[in-house]
Unconditional design. Structure first.
Ligand code: DX5
Ligand code: ZN
Length: 218
């Protein structure tokens, strides 16, 4: 069973609550919230205020993807604002074990994201602490980029590492996911699929959610 995580980065920011409710009604499980700081990635997006404003409008699982330096400074604020899961980039944390511990201590589920070039071996010794591993299938920073197929063997490797250890860690992919690439990543072992432009850029976002799910489950 796959989970679909629409990324609000491609939604209509003047009507965010409606956009969120539309994908919630379509059966999407996670709401993927992209936080960018203009330092780790060349773009600036959402802060805890938006998460807090959206929280009363949706029962979806809020999956907050922090593409920011020094994420430990903001983790408590995002969790207080309503994040169910906080995902930090492995590349931004010299003390990754400490940052994961902080997320859990503050009461949220913990994820670590890796850029396309970062080896999954970075996670070898923290894997049992993680609820989710996010493998970026584009270089983070913008929606609407092209899927990087070189990540497919990485998905297979992390999937094997998780199985060998008897863990139930979720494998999320993010970037360039649509009905075509969904089938590739699902076959490689991904079970949480983020999609921004393929959902919110579509004339019929509800149908796009269903099409991506169908392609992944075939
Ligand atoms: C990219 C973000 C993604 C983005 C994906 O840096 O992390 O979540 O919204 O957008 P699409 O699905 O359009 O590639
Ligand atoms: Zn993201």
């Amino acid at each position: 069973m796959v989970k679909i995580a629409p990324s609000i980065l491609s939604a209509d920011f003047a009507n965010l609550a409606q956009s969120v409710q539309m994908v919630e009604k379509a059966g999407a499980e996670y709401l993927h919230i992209d936080v960018m700081d203009g330092h780790f990635v060349p773009n600036i997006t959402i802060g805890p205020l938006i998460v807090e404003a959206l929280r009363p409008h949706s029962k979806m699982f809020f999956d907050v993807h922090l593409m920011i330096e020094q994420p430990d400074r903001y983790i408590p604020d995002f969790i207080k604002a309503g994040a169910d899961l906080v995902c930090v980039h492995g590349e931004t944390c010299s003390h990754l074990h400490r940052v994961i511990s902080l997320i859990k201590e503050k009461g949220a589920k913990a994820g670590v994201a890796l850029n396309p070039h970062t080896p999954v071996q970075l996670l070898e010794y923290v894997l049992p602490m993680l609820d989710l591993v996010l493998l970026m299938t584009v270089n983070p920073g913008f929606g609407g980029q092209k899927f990087i197929p070189e990540v497919l063997p990485k998905i297979e490797t992390i999937s094997r590492m998780i199985k060998e250890r008897g863990l139930v860690t979720e494998i999320q992919v993010d970037g360039g996911i649509n009905a075509q690439t969904a089938s590739l990543v699902a076959k490689a072992g991904a079970n949480v699929l983020v999609a921004g432009s393929a959902i919110f850029g579509s004339d019929n976002p509800a149908q796009a959610v269903q099409e991506i799910r169908k392609a992944a489950e075939e």
